[in-house]
Design a protein around this ligand. Structure first.
Ligand SMILES: [Fe+2]
Length: 475
């Protein structure tokens, strides 16, 4: 039974807190701004093999999403998270890789092409003479991540609906509609799909939040409106076998007359970072934890031990400056060292105690073997400066491959070996922008030996804008 009223969200705009930091790149000697330039639409090309060989068992498609429209009519966008989404499709088969890219034709993009200007105040950018909003979906940029649903990919934002895209041609099919009053309400960019195929997600604004439950084919099973203990701006969440876990940093909605979403929030370092744990079968069964103020975009995974202890790992910052400052400065050509984040385990005990334990080595974009979603994992992969790294929760060690200071590393994605079942039986696929050669490259690593470097490297014939999140869909 749906107990959510769309009217609850009427007139409220919830923007795209995409991304994360690119820490550790304090000195970019080459054309670092290359990743924030608007590409042409409908890109098609075959990647050139630079070194190594693709594994014979690695066949499928890497889909990625990210902002890609940065100017209109001479106006430069003022915040990275507001760019229209472009889907990248890297098809890996028979030792070759073919690339295709296309913008998601959202209502926002169609309206702005027609008007030949930016129309709406969004997450962090307000254009001249902004147009009034009828709903949050008016400014849905569909620019943050993707999930594979049958033959489609859904381009996800966090303040509105998924946008359906054909997984082969990348042609936009239309906005995903859900039955009843739940249609059009926020569906975040970080759904979790466990080994059973069931999809969980959250979406919300202020102290209201929807918990979504979908079947593997995207059909709605349930959507429940809940009240949060604080109006935190959340970007990601986690699930265990039996629980939903919300990490709520003290970046809190304070209203006011600011024209952009992020300016309606304020970082309140004197307030706790809260963690809300809810029973999947009864969301009213809750535990609330409080920890010292931290900011986080992304979680890796969560699981529960037999003794009722819940663990969730996340890259944690000391404050929210990346979202409020850095992502603006990058688009304005200002490069300053981004704030740093460390991979941190949050341990939540049944008696209400909680603790944080950080590993060394800065990083962001945590990913893990998708076969372990909701279950204990040992390895977390991510970017670390201009490189790719693997953190081992058993030994506490990080192994890392460093491309070089003139590279921007993007989120690495784990592709399981279809013929093996071990947690690190698979490959890590990483896209990276080579600013010296002005091209995007794709590297494949043996997941067990990240520090040995890529086992295969391919190069696109062009540079792509830096994106946020991807998935690997096995053939
Ligand atoms: Fe994200």
């Amino acid at each position: 039974m749906l107990d959510l009223s769309r009217r609850e969200f009427g007139g409220i705009v919830f923007g795209a807190t995409a991304l994360a930091a690119m820490p550790g790149c304090a000195a970019m000697p080459y054309n670092w701004g290359l990743g924030f330039q608007t590409p042409q639409d409908n890109l098609e090309g075959e990647l050139q093999r630079i070194s190594g060989r693709l594994p014979a068992d690695l066949n499928g498609v890497l889909f990625r999403n990210g902002p890609a429209q940065f100017e209109r009519d001479g106006v430069r966008l003022g915040h990275w998270f507001d760019g229209d989404g472009m889907i990248q499709r890297f098809a890996i088969s028979d030792g070759k890789i073919r690339h295709r890219a296309k913008f998601v034709m959202t209502d926002k993009r169609r309206d702005e092409i027609k008007a030949d200007r930016f129309l709406y105040s969004g997450f962090g950018f307000a254009p001249p003479n902004p147009k009034a909003l009828k709903s949050a979906n008016d400014l849905n940029a569909a620019n943050t991540s993707v999930i594979k649903i049958g033959s489609e990919v859904w381009a996800l934002w966090e303040g509105g609906s998924p946008w359906r895209v054909d997984g082969d041609s990348l042609a936009t099919i239309g906005r995903k509609t859900f039955p009843g009053e739940v249609d059009g309400v926020p569906f975040s960019a970080h759904p979790k799909q466990g080994p059973d195929g069931e999809i969980w997600n959250f979406g919300g604004f202020g102290n209201r939040c929807v918990i979504w439950q979908l079947a593997r084919d995207g059909a709605l099973k349930n959507a429940t409106l809940i009240e949060l203990p604080s109006p935190s701006l959340m970007h990601d969440f986690a699930v265990t076998k039996n629980h939903v876990v919300l990490l709520m940093p003290p970046l809190l909605w304070s209203g006011g007359g600011a024209s952009t979403l992020i300016d309606q929030y304020s970082w309140q370092a004197d307030k706790p970072f809260q963690v809300l744990v809810m029973d999947k079968n009864d969301l009213s069964k809750r535990r609330l934890y409080e920890l010292p103020a931290k900011y986080m975009f992304h979680m890796g995974n969560a699981w529960e031990d037999g003794d009722g202890v819940i663990r969730v790992d996340s890259f944690m910052f000391n404050d929210s400056r990346f979202a409020t400052n850095t992502a603006r400065e990058l688009l304005q050509g200002q490069y300053s060292a981004p704030p740093e984040s460390n991979l941190t385990m949050v341990t939540l005990y049944p008696d209400g105690r909680a603790r944080l334990d950080a590993l060394s080595g800065i990083g962001e974009f945590p990913r893990m073997d998708p076969r372990r979603v909701g279950h204990q994992h040992r390895y977390t992969y991510g970017i670390s400066g201009s490189g790719v790294a693997r953190w081992d929760w058993k030994t506490g060690r990080r192994s890392r491959y460093h491309y070089g200071a003139d590279y921007w590393a993007e989120e690495p994605v784990f592709a399981p070996n279809p013929n093996r079942t071990g947690e690190d039986d698979g490959w890590v696929i990483a896209t990276v922008l080579n600013t010296r050669k002005a091209r995007t490259e794709l590297s494949v690593f043996d997941a067990r030996h990240i520090d040995a470097g890529p086992i295969a490297t391919f190069a696109c014939p062009y540079a792509l804008p830096l994106g946020f999140h991807g998935i690997f869909a096995a053939a």
